[in-house]
Design a protein around this ligand. Structure first.
Ligand SMILES: Nc1ncnc2c1ncn2[C@@H]1O[C@H](COP(=O)(O)OP(=O)(O)O)[C@@H](O)[C@H]1O
Ligand SMILES: [Mg+2]
Length: 318
């Protein structure tokens, strides 16, 4: 049986009187790319530090490949690569030397092949390896850690907000390399605040809040719980739509004498009923947009507290 790369259950960790982790669950299966989302202070980095054996948990389980994250930390480090959001380097080493030092644990046999891969990565990430690390910006230090991580061949990558100092172009390079890691069968835990990045590469998403898991599943499963946004141009009075089950937030705007623009959101389970009703309204144009991860996320964290309460009601009545 293949063990899950990451298995966390009911994980708890307090700092003084503050609970950083308060019953967190997270599973990453073999070959799975898992997004790990939550606002600042939610407990993402603490979870990752417990996984890396850098911090000891108060209770619960934290396993990597079936081994205990704390007790077996040293052996486990050979099987994973980790990139934090804020990379510290030795100021007097050059970027290239730092990469060699960071990858020494994972020495791969063929030196020519390693050099070729290193040069390719340096080129992709547009990093000059001859500069001393003390001259590097935050983004360049992150690039050093990313090149080192992708140069090794671990079974699991753990990224903690790895692109927070990178521009969008470099973020895309990062996403490409995660995609390649996925094709090579690696598992990835990607903590990120950039929802589009997670949406692009992740198979599953876990959303945490105040040290607790509030949602987890595949993107398709999470989307299923949400709504599609529909905009239509119609020639008939769209008043009937607002009365349909599962329809929310209807707004209408006159677009000339004959045409009305109607915007609404609809629970995914009710889409066909709404389309049937629309088809009787002399439709001149229509767009339907599936919910983005951002909308999902905002349901938990949005400024409107009723958004979360409303979802709870739905969950009960579903
Ligand atoms: N070493 C520490 N000492 C005291 N409090 C900490 C420490 N590390 C994290 N915390 C607290 O734990 C909570 C979770 O932090 P963190 O895991 O860094 O969240 P995230 O990475 O999601 O932003 C925060 O309230 C933070 O202040
Ligand atoms: Mg953090």
């Amino acid at each position: 049986m293949t063990e899950n790369p990451i298995e966390i259950a009911d994980l708890r960790k307090s700092f003084g009187s503050g609970k950083a982790l308060d019953g967190l669950h997270l599973t990453v299966g073999p070959g799975e790319i898992a997004g790990f989302l939550g606002p600042n202070g939610a407990g993402k980095s603490t979870t990752i530090r417990v996984l890396l054996g850098l911090q000891r948990r108060d209770s619960g389980t934290a396993r990597l490949f079936g081994n205990d994250a704390w007790r077996d930390a040293v052996a486990l480090h050979r099987r994973l690569a980790y990139v934090p959001g804020d990379v510290s380097l030795w100021p007097n080493l050059t970027g290239g030397e730092a990469i060699d030092y960071l990858t020494r644990l994972h020495d791969t046999s063929d030196r020519a092949e390693r050099r070729r891969r290193k040069n390719a990565l340096l080129e992709h990430f547009e990093l000059d390896p001859t500069k001393k690390a003390r001259t590097y910006s935050k983004g360049n230090r992150q690039k050093v850690a990313l090149v080192a991580a992708f140069l090794t061949d671990p079974e699991l990558y753990i990224f903690d907000e790895p692109t927070s100092g990178l521009d969008p172009l470099m973020e895309a390079v990062f996403t490409d390399h995660v995609q390649q890691a996925k094709e090579a069968g690696k598992a990835v835990l990607l903590s990120s605040h950039i929802l589009s990045e997670v949406e692009k590469v992740c198979d599953t998403v876990t959303i945490i809040r105040s040290g607790r898991t509030v949602e987890s599943g595949t993107l398709a499963e999470l989307r299923h719980l949400t709504r599609t946004t529909v905009t239509a141009l119609v020639g008939e009075d769209p008043g009937v739509l607002a009365g349909l089950a599962g329809v929310h937030d209807v707004t209408t705007t006159a677009e000339g004498d004959e045409i009305t623009k109607v915007d609404l959101s609809v629970d995914n389970a009710q889409i066909s009923a709404v389309l049937a009703a629309l088809s009787r309204l002399d439709v001149r144009g229509i767009t339907a947009t599936p919910p983005s991860l951002e909308e999902l996320f905002m349901r938990h964290y949005g400024a409107d507290p009723t958004a979360v309460a409303h979802r709870d009601v739905e969950a009960v009545t579903r």
